[in-house]
Design a protein around this ligand. Structure first.
Ligand code: ADP
Ligand code: ZN
Length: 700
């Protein structure tokens, strides 16, 4: 396939100027007719790898996808970009399916999404040569090694027999080798080209915080993020409900999601979240699989996940649009203890415990967290990431020998029979029951650590555990006990370094200040407009434009069609459908704020005006300026709205003007162009509608 064609298709239909890493290579390989296996993290941009070829290939592309909800979103997204697509699954009536079969026969569809259970239905319509490409999304579902095994996926092996000459592309975000091999084996594509992208998601910030006063911390975190979507993962149903009610009491649109709800209730909650009607979901781990929502701005783990795979997958649901997104993991020993118990009673406790150990090491790390995380997935990085809490506030080490001696000797004198809480109480000279009952106030170490706060002691002792001087006896009520290494520090003059505990309050305050207040920004207004349009059309807001695209509009402030289509994420269809309104919003915002745009292209209207005043026709102006006719019309509309003497009536017939006027009432004064275009069954073109609306608006 010609290079030029690929890029113009990428811009025309998806609005992007360049490919993400690997996308181009994968697409080239598809056009060479090869089978391909694509491993890319969530948000990496897998869809374009088969959607773009689908547009350019002569026949239909079949997409096997496991989730009905996901399917509908993807198809809505494609249609919004002007790509003919449909889906087939068991939720449809026979009549609905019949209509789709008709479209297939008429060669009107470019992509057809099918649930694996419904594949047989289309079998009789498709023979080899009628299908250009087969894409298998979430391909790890085929493997019982993977974490979302779906029995219906195991039948997919027959596709290669059924369509031997059709290239196949399997895509997944699951990285491990066993699953990869299993996918190729089962799909009968042993020679598939493998494309493995980096799993680094640079836009996700990583942070681990001590799990004290979690709700307070969450509310503080949310303070400057009043409108952003996010997920809070909890271990228990009760936690999800508690956190939800607390958030609601503070004015947030939050909802709990857990296995105790009916399927119907859960679907509704998920839909409300996707459509931005609910802002925050407090969920047990089951939430989020297959959610394509690109504007999830943060993920919080209220409890520690049981392994790094789950953790990475869950934080990966934020920031799919590539914009900065925040993740926080709360770390508490109570969670570790509970997870330990779960793991011990599970089937293969050895593996589970080892995985939990890695999770713990990550949470307690004193070096770049991303390096640790990526190394777990087999990717070794030289550089620190700069976007984790450790990189942002690197630990400062000091001679911790004295502190260590106090703690170790306290544990020694308690004979290794007390958990961390009592050890700290004794060190700090607390006068509570657990201390006085056992006469611990008589110990030599009682009160030797008064000057150090409870929280700081906890952090130091955790460091001592990580350094191997102390261990937790999980089977004996989590008592702290000394290891053989402790002797060196306690009795033989050994020295050691501890990391200073960061001043959390100071760090938090700095962070809150750095997050800009967003309420009055143009971005916020564009977001509201997007929400309004999405509601009118009954599709999720992010399918209209994603956050990254709105951000670019905010920065570039396009005021003409030609500037608007330059924005990343604006393809031709979306410009026609939504450009007018977004441009209007931007112009209005600038007027209100009296922002004089950096007038680089502001002159373009003037030039058009001059030619117009010289009496040139639209075609002549377009030709002279090397611009399209529609662009010139958009200039004229803008000039007219600004009060210049332009006779727009010259370009719109009386009949059309009247029709638009009538439609405006019928369509309840909507300003979106698309409803008009569809109302007139495409008989009146976009720019005529647009000019007519401009005239009518002036009249009002
Ligand atoms: P995945 O399926 O791998 O999780 P998607 O295909 O849903 O990821 O893409 C994630 C986001 O990245 C989407 O919002 C998509 O529009 C955007 N995207 C994909 N390719 C590009 C590109 N070449 N340039 C800019 N954005 C892109
Ligand atoms: Zn880092």
């Amino acid at each position: 396939m010609e290079e030029k064609k690929l890029f113009s298709c990428l811009k025309e239909y998806f609005g992007y100027d360049s490919f993400r890493p690997l996308q181009k290579k994968i697409i080239d390989s598809v056009f060479e007719g090869k089978d391909n296996l694509v491993i890319m993290p969530t948000g990496g941009g897998k869809s374009i790898c088969f959607q773009l070829p689908a547009i350019l290939l002569p026949k239909i592309t079949l997409v096997i996808s496991p989730l009905i909800a996901l399917m509908k979103d993807q198809v809505d997204g494609l249609v919004a970009n002007g790509i003919p697509a449909a889906f087939l699954n068991s939720s449809q009536t026979a009549a609905e399916q019949q209509e789709i079969f008709q479209h297939i026969d008429d060669n009107q569809l470019k992509l057809l999404y099918v649930a694996p259970e419904s594949l047989q239905v289309i079998d009789r319509f498709l023979s080899d040569g009628k299908v250009s490409l087969i894409a298998i999304d979430e391909a790890h579902c085929i493997s019982s090694w993977g974490h979302d095994f779906r029995p219906a996926y195991t039948q997919l092996g027959y596709l290669k027999n059924r369509f031997p000459t059709t290239p196949l592309i399997a895509l997944t975000a699951t990285a491990d080798k066993a699953t990869r091999k299993d996918i190729c084996d089962q799909l009968n594509i042993p020679a598939a080209k493998k494309h493995i992208a980096s799993f680094d998601r640079k836009n996700l910030s990583l942070e681990v915080r001590p799990g004290t006063k979690r709700l307070e911390q969450i509310l503080q975190f949310l303070e400057p993020r009043k409108n952003e979507s996010g997920i809070i993962y909890c271990l228990s149903r009760k936690n999800t409900e508690d956190v939800t009610s607390k958030l609601k009491a503070n004015g947030f649109k939050a909802e709990a999601y857990h296995a105790g709800l009916s399927h119907k209730e859960r679907t509704k909650i998920q839909d409300n979240f996707i459509n931005d009607k609910k802002q925050i979901i407090c969920a047990t781990i089951a939430f989020g699989m297959g959610i394509d929502k690109s504007n999830i701005r943060w993920v919080i783990h209220y409890n520690m996940p049981k392994n790094l795979e789950g953790y990475y997958q869950e934080i990966g649901r934020s920031g799919r649009d590539g914009l900065p997104s925040d993740t926080i993991l709360f770390h508490s020993y109570a969670d570790v203890v509970m997870l330990q118990k779960f793991a011990e009673t599970s089937g293969n406790s050895g593996v589970q415990l080892a995985k939990l150990e890695r999770m713990k090491q990550y949470s307690e790390a004193l070096t770049c967290r991303r390096k640790i995380l990526l190394s777990y997935f087999g990717e070794l990085k030289q550089e620190d990431c700069g976007n984790c809490d450790i990189c942002r506030n690197p630990p400062v080490f000091f001679d911790g020998t004295l502190i260590a001696q106090k703690a170790l000797s306290c544990i020694y004198r308690l004979k290794g029979e007390e958990p961390i809480t009592t050890v700290i109480d004794v060190l700090r000279g607390a006068q509570n029951e657990s201390v006085l009952e056992k006469n611990y106030q008589a110990l030599k170490t009682y009160g030797v650590g008064k000057e150090i706060s409870w929280h700081n002691w906890q952090q130091y002792i955790i460091q001592l555990i990580n350094l191997g001087f102390v261990e937790i006896a999980f089977h004996k009520h989590n008592r702290l006990q000394l290891t053989a290494f402790a002797k060196d520090v306690l009795f033989d003059g050994g020295k050691l370094q501890l990391a200073k505990n960061p001043d959390l309050k100071e760090i938090r305050e700095k962070e809150v200040k750095s997050v800009r207040k967003k309420d009055n920004s143009l971005f916020e207004q564009l977001r509201q407009l997007r929400l309004k349009l999405a509601k009118e059309e009954g599709i999720p807001a992010y399918l209209i434009f994603n956050d990254a695209t709105l951000k670019e509009m905010e920065k570039e402030r396009p005021m003409t069609d030609e500037d608007f289509i330059e924005i990343n994420g604006v393809g031709r269809k979306k410009m026609q459908d939504y450009g007018y309104q977004f441009i209007k919003e931007i112009i209005a915002f600038n007027k209100e704020k009296r922002v004089t745009k950096k007038v680089t292209r502001g002159n373009t209207h003037k030039i058009t005006l001059e030619f117009y005043n010289e009496g040139l026709s639209v075609e002549e102006i377009a030709q002279k300026r090397g611009l399209s006719g529609t662009t010139i019309y958009s200039h004229l509309a803008k000039l007219y709205a600004d009060g210049e003497k332009i006779d727009l009536n010259k370009f719109v017939s009386k009949a059309d003007l009247l029709a638009v006027k009538k439609a405006k009432i019928e369509l309840e004064y909507t300003e979106a162009l698309k409803p008009y275009y569809e109302h007139f069954e495409e008989a009146i073109d976009y720019w005529t509608i647009r000019l007519a609306l401009t005239i009518l608006e002036k009249e009002e």
